[in-house]
Design a protein around this ligand. Sequence first.
Ligand code: HEC
Length: 149
Amino acid sequence: MPTTQRRQLIQRSHIDSRIDDDPDDLVVGESDQIPSSYSCLLWLALAVVIVGCATVMVPEVPVSADGTQDPVLVQGRDVYAKRCANCHRHDGTGSRGPRVTGELMIETYPAIAAQVDIVANGKALMPAFADALTQAEIEAVTRFTREVL
Ligand code: HEC
């Protein structure tokens, strides 16, 4: 087949396929559309689930023999879930920030004060928390990494 004829054929089929694309097919029927107020609620629900999961996945503070949890560690867990898990992972195994699990932290910082200092004042890409958290919260979250993670 001569090239010009083939080109005409190709152009023709191109036009045909455009004609075949009935624009009505592309319009979503009203019944298929989710009203915008509903979709807002759906996004909100999704956000709550995601945030909720992040908190739930952070390991629980173990219950001691007398059936209670150390309230300082519970506070530390709360701080960890809100402020640290996004970079150090929910279980402390690291993602953007390095691993901060118990044994490793105790080995790296035999004295807790040195680890508290890093959380308070930051280090390279690790943000400083001295302005955002109280000293008690910083100590609590540091204990949480050493004793629970
Ligand atoms: C924006 C991400 C980010 C957040 C949020 C964050 N960190 Fe970090 N963290 C890092 C990075 C990155 C490092 C590594 C810093 C370096 O040495 O270069 C680090 C280092 C550390 C270290 C030292 C680890 C080691 O092996 O020496 C500790 C401890 C630590 N972070 C604890 C925390 C705690 C506790 C929180 C929450 C209060 C927190 N981090 C929040 C990114 C983050």
